[in-house]
Design a protein around this ligand. Structure first.
Ligand SMILES: Cc1cc2nc3c(=O)[nH]c(=O)nc-3n(C[C@H](O)[C@H](O)[C@H](O)COP(=O)(O)OP(=O)(O)OC[C@H]3O[C@@H](n4cnc5c(N)ncnc54)[C@H](O)[C@@H]3O)c2cc1C
Length: 430
């Protein structure tokens, strides 16, 4: 390997929640595209890691693991089109500082901004908003380093088919080294948070969902109220909130510990929600408003349900978990995502309601996921690739009309299956 490339041997790797781990035989962090190509050429099998924030074992490998943590930053931008090209290892949390000076901002973001751009794009990471696609839908082009170390520019004009499919490819086409994003001029959002009876959400969300640029709710299984959050464009002055003490995240850790150690208290603490959640309003730049602090570790399952059946599915999940007195404190998150045309996007040609179930990392998540996953299936849900699910090739094929086209294109790009680890094997061939 060339000078300055970081190569560490036998470095154990684990994901953010700690559930997924593996022992890569070598860990490579190239500092330029030539080194990246060389590392790929030399590897027999390899995976690429972003920030390791996926809950599913997408990244696990006992062979070569490549990180783009040294390939970050803004490459170029187009003021007229509001587009910017970034090195693919750039973390979303650096988009604010990088894009503010050029008056651009991402069109939407999810709950946190710790992910790398390529990692977030490769799994169809999303925020909420009936008119807004997942991050992969805002990709205008990318540079791909393939299994033989070749570099391809992919966009609507060059390598169009690879561009269409490769925006959600789970690192199975090669390594994305640069990504061009469609952005919009920097904007401010007004965030409003309040407790709302779950029964009102279930009966009115269908009307509310189009009245706000972003809407989501957090449903505590054993409480009658849920947290409703809306975000809308604003021209008002910045209004920040004093940092609460204890922080929301510290409270979440405390409640999760109580619920784990004294499960009988769980419904009672959930009913105290009103003591801790007061209505709040704040206004700030989008890159400040979107991300939340998530330090309490958890594992997560999430499915995308056809939007018109989302609330019905949510109601059934809540009822099932209540009936089973499920030992879960973490709320269920309910969001909306607009359809796209990306072959393996969970939102492929389907406006979706996104429903996520979380379990505190010290508790067995499989117990509640086993209760909930068949409900997702019943409503025709497609799993989030970065979160936990138990589907294999046969079931996935039935959910994705372009499944065979994707696999055929993938095989062309990677005839030796360089990018296939056991998890991808079970997804694609198992
Ligand atoms: C606390 C928390 C909050 C989250 N919130 C949300 C949310 O609001 N919305 C949502 O949709 N998801 C959310 N997620 C899931 C997360 O966004 C996805 O799993 C995302 O893929 C993680 O990005 P990463 O950079 O950590 O990628 P990793 O998990 O490291 O990798 C993800 C996939 O991308 C591939 N990949 C990484 N880099 C490259 C590259 N350069 N080229 C090609 N492939 C590459 C990897 O091989 C892997 O297949 C959350 C996860 C956590 C832990």
């Amino acid at each position: 390997m060339t000078n300055n490339t970081t190569v560490k041997t036998a470095t154990p790797w684990k994901n953010w929640s700690g559930l997924q781990h593996s022992n890569p035989s070598q860990f490579i962090q190239p500092i330029n595209i030539a080194q990246l190509s060389e590392a790929i050429r030399q590897a027999k099998k390899c995976r690429v890691v972003g920030a390791g924030h996926s809950f599913s074992p997408l990244v696990c490998t006992n062979d070569t693991l490549i990180s783009l943590d040294s390939l970050t930053g803004l490459v170029r931008h187009n003021d007229t089109l509001n587009q910017s090209t970034l090195r693919a290892g750039t973390r979303l949390k650096h988009f604010g500082p990088l894009l503010d000076p050029i008056n651009q901002a991402l069109l939407n973001q999810g709950d946190i901004d710790e992910q790398s751009l390529a990692g977030a794009v490769s799994t169809g990471t999303h925020g909420t908003g009936t008119d807004l696609q997942c991050l992969s839908g805002f990709v205008e082009g990318f540079q791909l380093v393939t299994a033989n170390g070749e570099t391809l520019e992919c966009n609507a004009a060059q390598n169009r088919v690879i561009f269409e499919a490769g925006r959600v490819a789970l690192g199975s086409f090669g390594v994305l080294s640069e990504i061009t994003m469609q952005n919009q001029p920097r904007y401010r959002l007004k965030e409003q948070i309040k407790l709302t009876p779950l029964k009102d959400i279930l009966s009115h969300m269908d009307q509310w969902k189009t009245k706000h640029r972003h809407i989501e709710c957090m449903v505590f299984v054993h409480a009658s109220d849920a947290i409703l959050k809306t975000l809308d464009l604003s021209t008002e002055d910045i209004q920040s909130l004093p940092k609460p003490w204890p922080s929301d995240d510290a409270l979440l850790t405390l409640c999760s510990e109580i619920a784990r150690n004294a499960p009988r208290l769980n419904p009672y603490i959930q009913k105290l929600l009103g003591v801790f959640v007061k209505p709040t309003t704040r206004v700030d730049w989008s890159s400040v408003i979107f991300p939340s602090v998530r330090e309490t570790r958890f594992n997560e399952m999430e499915y995308q349900i056809p939007a018109e059946r989302g609330l019905e599915c949510l109601a059934e999940i809540v009822e099932t978990l209540r009936n089973h007195k499920a030992p879960v404190f973490f709320p269920i998150e309910y969001r909306y995502v607009k359809a796209d045309e990306i072959w393996l996007s969970p939102f492929y040609q389907q406006d979706s309601a996104s429903i996520s179930i979380h379990q505190y990392h010290k508790q067995d998540c499989r117990e509640i996921f086993r209760l909930v996953e068949p409900i997702f299936w019943k409503y025709g849900g497609r799993p989030h690739w970065g979160k936990m699910h138990t589907l294999g090739a046969a079931e996935l094929k039935a959910l994705y009309p372009r499944w065979n086209d994707f696999l055929a294109l993938r095989q062309e790009l990677d005839p030796q299956d360089k990018w296939i680890n056991p998890h991808l094997h079970s997804l694609f061939f198992g």
